[in-house]
Design a protein around this ligand. Sequence first.
Ligand code: UDX
Length: 441
Amino acid sequence: GDDRVKISVIGCGYLGAVHAASMAELGHDVIGFDVDEAKIRSLSAGEAPFFEPGLPEILKSATASGRLRFTSDVTELKGAKVHFLAVGTPQKAGEYAADLTYVDLAVESLIPQLSEGDLLVGKSTVPVGTAARLAARIDASGSGALLAWNPEFLREGFAVKDTISPDRLVYGIPEGERGLVAKALLDEIYATALSNDTPLVVTDYATAELVKVSANAFLATKISFINAMAEIAEVTGADVTQLADAIGFDARIGRRFLNAGVGFGGGCLPKDIRAFSARAEELGRGESVAFLKEVDAINLRRRQRAVDLVVESLGGQVYQKKIAVLGLAFKPDSDDIRDSPALDVAVQLHGLGAEVVATDPEAIANSARKHPQLSFTETVEDALHGAEAVVVVTEWKEFRELDPVAAKALVANAIVIDGRNCLDAEAWRAAGWTYRGMGRP
Ligand code: UDX
C-alpha cells in the first residue's frame, strides 16, 4: 500500500544493485540511482550488469512488478524516506587509503533532495570516522535528515541470500531520540530478517564502521595464517590441508576460511585491509594493525609461489611453452577479477614469455578487457590441448571435477599445479600426473 516506506539506493554497483533488488524482493518500494546511464539502462531492462547467481531473477520480477525502478536523475530521489548509500570506496591510486570521492559526491548531490526526518543509511565500507563527519555535514545542511551506518557483509556468489537473510544486522545510530527514530525505520525495513531472529547489534557510528573492517581484517588474517603454515609445510614436507583439517576440528578455530592456496583477492579483502592500515596510521595507531601488512605480504607471496612452481616443474624455463591457466575470477561463481590472484598468475606467466591460454566459466570478458595480451579460450579442452603444464587458480566446480585420465590425453606434459588445493591429488597421481599443491608434499 501507500504507507510502505519508500527506499532509494544511491550507487548501483555490486552492492547497490543487489541491495536495491533484494529490498524490492522483500516487498519494499525501491528506486535505484547511479550516474552511469548505461548501467541504469541495463538495470531498468531487468538485466544484471555482472554475474551473480539469483540476481537476474529478482531484478526481472521486481522491475516488472513496478516495485523497483532505476534512474540517473538525482531529483527523483526526493520523496523516498530512507536513502541507502552504496557507492564504491576503492583504493586510492598509488596509496593504501580509501578514496571517498564517490561517498562525498553522493552525499552532496543527495542533500538537496532530503526532507525533515529522512534517513540516510551508509552501507559503503568506509574508514572509521567517516559517518561522524557525514552526520555533521548533514546537520549543517539544515535538511533535518538523520544518518545511520549499517555495514553490509555480503559475499559475492551468495549476495542475494546474504542480503535477504543476513548472519547479523548492525546499526550504527546517533544518541538519544534521533537514534530511536533511525532504529525504528531500519527495523521496519529489515522486518523480515528480524522476525527470523537475525541477531542485531545496535551501536554508535564508530563501532559500526569498525565491525565491517575488522571482520574483513580477521578473515584476511585467517587466510594468510594458513598460507603462512603452507610456507612452513613446504620446507618441512608437511601437508597444510591435513593440518587445516586437524586444527579446524577445534571449534574455537573452525575449518572455514582455512584453505591455503594462491590467496585472497576481490573487491573487498585486499583494499579493506590496506585502507584499515592507512586509517590506523592517521589515528596514531599504525602499530595496532601492523600485522595486516604481513597479512598482505604473505598473500601476495602465494601468487608468486604458484608461478614459481610452474617454472620449476618445467625445468626453470617457461619461454614459449604453452601453459593452461584454469581460472581467472578471484573466486568461483563470480565474474569478478578485481585483485584476482588467478588473473595475476596468468599475467605473470605471460610476462615470463609463456604461451598462456586461460579459461574461466564467467570471467573471460572482464579479463580480456583488462589484459588483451593474454589468450583466452571458452573450453577447458582447448586450454589443455598441447599444454606443457596446467595450473588451477580458481576452484570452479568444472575444474574440480575434471577427469584426470581424459585430461592427460589432451596435454603434452602431465604436470598440474593445484593453486587452490582443490583437486584429488591421489586420483591425479594415479592417472600419471605430476601433481604439485600449495603447502603439500
Ligand atoms: C568478502 C567477505 O567474505 C564478505 O563478508 C564481505 O562483505 C566482502 O568481502 P568476497 O570478497 O565476496 O567477500 O569473497 P570471500 O568469499 O570472502 O573470498 C575472498 C577471497 O579469499 C577469495 O579470493 C577466496 O578465493 C579467498 N579465500 C577464501 C581463500 O583463499 N581461502 C579461504 O579459505 C577462503
